[in-house]
Design a protein around this ligand. Structure first.
Ligand code: UD1
Ligand code: CA
Length: 466
């Protein structure tokens, strides 16, 4: 169900497209459903239907689960919502009803719900809350058997005292569901067609209804406001942090870590080998792999990148490999304040210092660019020293060109290497040079104005005021 408006979000964006850990709420729900090997998912849209459908159709599909859309207009209640989906459901199946705004249900919880249901049994996911206000209550008889669900607004005082609530998630045989939905009416306090009314219908027909009660309320918590969204974001991040620490990753503070999908929708996937150390405030998006003993300093943002064993990423470094990826070699030292962009491939023991930007360039073992420099579309050999303030002029305004810097080259400070250009092995470029032609191996190239000395020159002196 993803038709609701989400008024309390106070946003132009449909609620189910709000993001948690970089992924739309409804995508979390579909991702979990896919883990159950569901044949298909039917998304019921209404408010912002076109936007929701477009976002989901464009999103990364990580399963064989077929995605179908049905529209619910106007929105006459949860029972009415599911009615719209009936024609899209295979009648031999088991249907799990989920809400697009409840993102953190775990697949194993849903699997347990599926196992509790059956060919002719329905199962409700429930939880006991200290404050059950607003939710549908699970009404049981003296023997403890589930009888029906009563909504807050229709409940008697006694019923409102019941703490066990319906999570909004149920598993029900498709054939039965279709029959019961056809019998719904809206004779209740809200004038809505309640999906929850099918529970009493099942009981009346002698169909068993089981409540699968969990204790973890976060798994059934919905998002209705920015505050709730932020609270669930934290809960989710904390779970990820705990999972990482259980694998041995050392986090300076599990409350100050964020692992998210990247902006293009690549799923979050952070894999760390042994003895990885991550300081506070780091954000990892997309696919990031970190090798043994590597250290990530405070406030780094790392996306779609591979960091090899023993590398040290100093604070405030930004690495985004986007589609091409970025890689940092064994024992390399990066940052602080470094920026690695797509296609940056750094070898072992490479050093990249503050305010150095590297894009679509390879640097072989032991090369260094320690201060204020740009390397774009460059192939850099081993043991190259790239001076402070030097840049590759890789763009002529129309096309990009490559710069090749062979092994053991020394580039002085403030050089401009105008691509395409090749600097021969072991050659040296004097500081302040603008290099437009290839250089031979071993030579010194200086391409700047010659120093001129004017020995009898006098500084101007201030004229007295008249
Ligand atoms: C519903 C349940 C209640 C349960 C609660 C859990 C019913 C009648 N009540 O409450 O027992 O405790 O969920 O959160 O089912 N939606 C539609 N179309 C509609 C109405 C709702 O798609 O016409 C969607 C909403 O966008 C949302 C979900 O269904 O994703 C639940 O709707 P919401 O209004 O939040 O639930 P309640 O009716 O308050
Ligand atoms: Ca409602």
């Amino acid at each position: 169900m993803a038709a609701g408006k989400g008024t309390r979000m106070k946003s132009r964006m449909p609620k189910v497209l709000q993001k948690l850990a970089g992924r739309a709420l409804v995508q979390h729900v579909l991702h979990t459903a896919a883990q159950l090997q569901a044949r298909s998912a039917v998304v019921i849209t209404g408010h912002g239907a076109e936007q929701v459908e477009a976002a989901l159709a464009a999103g990364a599909t990580d399963s064989a689960m077929a995605l179908k859309f049905v529209r619910q207009e106007p929105q006459l209640g949860t029972g009415h919502a599911v009615q719209q989906a009936v024609p899209a459901l295979a009648d031999d199946g088991l249907v799990i009803v989920l809400s697009g705004d409840v993102p953190l249900t775990q697949a194993q919880t849903l699997q347990a719900l599926v196992d509790a249901a059956g060919a002719d049994r329905m199962a409700l996911l429930t939880v006991a809350l200290d404050n059950p206000t607003g939710y549908g209550r699970i009404v049981r008889n003296a023997q403890g058997t589930v009888q029906r669900i009563v909504e807050q607004k229709d409940a008697s005082e006694d019923e409102r005292a019941i703490q066990e609530i319906y999570s909004g998630i149920m598993a029900v045989p498709a054939k039965r569901l279709a029959q019961w939905l056809a019998q719904l009416n809206n004779h209740n306090a809200q004038g809505e067609y309640y999906l929850t009314d099918i529970v009493a219908m099942a009981v009346a027909e002698g169909v068993e209804v089981v409540a699968h009660r969990i204790t973890d309320a976060v798994q059934v918590a919905g998002v209705n406001s920015p505050l709730q969204l932020a609270e669930l974001e934290r809960a989710h991040q904390q779970r990820q942090a705990i999972a990482l620490m259980e694998q041995g990753v050392r986090l300076a503070d599990p409350a100050r870590l964020d692992v998210r999908d990247d902006v293009r929708g690549l799923p979050a996937h952070l894999v760390c080998e042994q003895d990885v150390d991550i300081d506070v405030g780091c954000i990892f998006t997309g696919r990031v792999e970190i090798g043994e003993g590597a250290r990530i300093g405070a406030y780094c943002h790392i996306s779609n990148a591979t960091i090899a064993a023993g590398a040290v990423i100093h604070p405030f470094t930004h690495i985004d490999g986007e589609k091409l990826g970025a890689s940092v070699g064994e024992g390399a030292l990066i940052g602080p304040f470094a920026r690695l962009r797509p296609g940056a491939q750094l070898g072992k023991q490479v050093h990249i210092g503050n305010f150095v930007e590297v894009k679509n360039s390879t640097m072989a073992e032991g090369s260094k660019a320690n201060h204020l420099a740009y390397l774009g579309d460059a192939t850099v050999g081993e043991r190259v020293n790239y001076g402070a303030g030097s840049i590759t002029a890789n763009y002529d305004g129309v096309n990009k060109h490559r710069t090749v810097i062979e092994n053991d080259v020394q580039i002085g400070s403030n050089c401009v290497l105008v691509a395409p250009v090749t600097l021969g092995a072991g050659s040296t470029v004097g500081g302040g040079s603008t290099v437009t032609k290839n250089t031979e191996p071993g030579v010194l190239t200086v391409a700047r104005g010659k120093q001129v000395t004017i020995s009898n020159w006098k500084r101007p002196v201030k004229q007295p005021k008249v």
